[in-house]
Design a protein. Structure first.
Length: 293
């Protein structure tokens, strides 16, 4: 597969004026919108999901400056809790994955605040969006409504590990928690031991639903460990397990790059693997994200 060069353009929703005066404009309007936000986001309880530059905490400052890369419609009232800021997939990457996944039914097993589910709803007939966190799931629902795609998404509050045996789909998308920004401190990211969930067991469980899986992983993931996933036997414990599809023993690692260096990997399995003719993981394709750090 030839190297893909996808450059992220500045979203039209961010005007030059708003870009240059973030601090003053956001701060002046924050008090006026407090009561409105409290009504709109009652589902969040005491958890903060609406932000301005005046109240964004220091650890989230860099994400705040990239907010239009995360959601181009951020100013329309996007809802994100603290963790959502650093766990949501940037919109351009989510769009690209959705274009490749295009299918009838896709499962977003850890939907978070909805970045991927929204884009899947544009290319797939139905999205099953699952999250164990109720507030984050309601953020996803709210954000999908802003993008006009909520009617194509089934939102399920629950644990994917418990729900998976009863699910059927063409594709499973996995973007589980990586353990917070601290994952970057490790030289090599171990799927089995560094995730809050066992990443290898998660793959095995998803493989019982379909061989067509996308695994969104950090830049320091163990490549050899990822390769071995593609050759793991299917534990066919459920009636819904699908053993068809191509790509047996083969996966494709697609990099998201900043200044030529990988920032994350989208790993494709099953029929989602592009034919590269060499029987190995590809690793050559990629997305260039000039505005994402």
């Amino acid at each position: 597969m030839e190297d893909q060069q996808i450059e992220e353009q500045q979203p039209a929703t961010q005007s030059p004026a708003s870009s240059s005066s973030d601090d003053s404009s956001s701060s002046s309007s924050s008090s006026d919108s407090d009561s409105e936000d409290s009504d709109l986001f009652k589902f969040a309880g005491d958890r903060k999901v609406a932000w301005t530059v005046a109240d964004i905490p220091k650890p989230l400052k860099k994400y705040w400056h990239q907010r239009f890369s995360l959601f181009s419609r951020y100013d329309d009232g996007i809802a994100m809790d603290y963790e959502g800021w650093f766990s949501v997939t940037p919109e351009r990457i989510a769009e690209h994955i959705a274009e490749r996944v295009s299918c009838n039914i896709v499962i977003d097993a850890f939907c978070g605040v909805g970045g991927n589910s929204i884009q899947f709803a544009k290319t797939c007939s139905k999205v099953i969006a699952i999250d164990i966190d109720w507030v984050r799931l309601q953020c996803a629902r709210h954000n999908a409504e802003l993008y006009g795609v909520a009617d194509k998404i089934e939102f399920i509050h629950g644990d994917f590990f418990k729900l998976a045996p009863g699910l059927k789909a063409d594709v499973v998308f996995l973007s589980p928690p990586w353990g917070g920004p601290e994952y970057l401190r490790a030289d090599v990211y171990d799927l089995e031991h560094m995730m809050p969930v066992n990443g290898i067991e998660l793959y095995d469980l998803s493989r019982q639903i379909t061989p067509n899986i996308v695994y969104f992983l950090p830049r320091n993931v163990d490549h050899e460990q990822v390769r071995r996933l593609a050759s793991r036997p299917v534990k066919n414990d459920t009636p819904s397990a699908s053993t068809g599809g191509g790509g047996g023993g083969v996966c494709e690692m697609e990099a998201t790059r900043l200044n030529g260096r990988p920032k994350s990997y989208s790993v494709y399995f099953g029929d989602l693997v592009h034919d590269n003719g060499d029987g190995n993981d590809n690793g050559d394709g990629g997305i260039d994200e000039d505005d994402y750090e």
